[in-house]
Design a protein around this ligand. Structure first.
Ligand code: C5P
Length: 227
């Protein structure tokens, strides 16, 4: 079965480095985006990766990935869902027989290959949608608008969701065709179709690099010394 991966990286909001979009922030000389794309391809299970870049930075992102033949770059859209739609169209143009599609955050640049493989295996084994998850270790409380605690949530049933999220191609296509909504993850759109979403174990190394602290962790722990 052919597997393609989409990496929506067309957002501008969060910036970790001086004037650089988050996906292009380097860790020991290699950008988060380049590491994320390399990680997907190095899993040995992904044939092509399509990155959605900010419309005015397509050339910059193409240059960043120039050495990677199986990486393709398209202009993203106004919302994340628009960017994923455009990347999905391009992915199906490049690999028309794709049966599995992954959607992966560039910020999860250190996701182990085993997680990518577990997600792909589960979709290939027949699950229509698969997400890697970790148990929630903090106590979680719901609060009202004043900040007062409403209730303590039972964390034994909660999971923190990572990427790559994997889908049978027709399921993701349907989710995007039938939902004009904005979602924080792709599995959320699939859930709205009533399609079951399966979980596989995630990994602490697949953390979303969001803050300067996360970046420092990546520099000192995740990027092997002497790289
Ligand atoms: O803004 P947020 O953190 O939710 O974005 C999640 C991901 O979606 C980021 O990788 C961002 O680059 C991407 N995105 C996109 N196109 C947009 C907005 C966000 O590809 N229009």
């Amino acid at each position: 079965m052919s597997v393609v991966a989409l990496v929506p990286a067309a957002g501008r909001g969060v910036r970790l480095g001086a004037g650089v979009p988050k996906a292009l922030v380097p860790v020991k000389g290699e950008s988060l985006l380049s590491r994320a794309v390399r990680g997907l391809l190095d899993s040995g299970r992904v044939r092509h990766v399509v990155v959605a870049a900010p419309a005015d930075q397509v050339d910059l992102v193409r240059a960043e990935l120039a050495a990677t033949e199986s990486a393709h770059v398209v202009a993203g859209g106004a919302e994340r869902t628009d960017s994923v739609r455009r990347a999905l169209d391009e992915a199906l143009r490049v690999v028309p027989d794709a049966s599995v599609v992954l959607v992966h955050d560039a910020a999860r640049a250190f996701t182990p290959a085993s997680v990518v493989r577990d997600v792909v295996d589960a979709v290939e084994a027949g699950a229509p949608a698969v997400i890697p998850v970790l148990p929630v270790t903090d106590t979680v409380k719901e609060v009202d608008e004043t900040g007062a605690v409403v209730t303590t949530v039972d964390r034994t049933r909660l999971r923190a969701v990572q990427t790559p999220q994997g889908f049978a191609v027709d399921v993701l296509q349907r989710a995007y065709a039938e939902s004009g909504d904005i979602a924080t993850d792709d599995a959320g759109l699939v859930e709205r179709l009533g399609v079951p979403v399966r979980t596989v174990p995630g990994h602490p190394d697949a953390l979303k690099i969001t803050t300067a602290f996360d970046l420092a962790v990546a520099e000192s722990v995740l990027a092997p010394a002497g790289e």
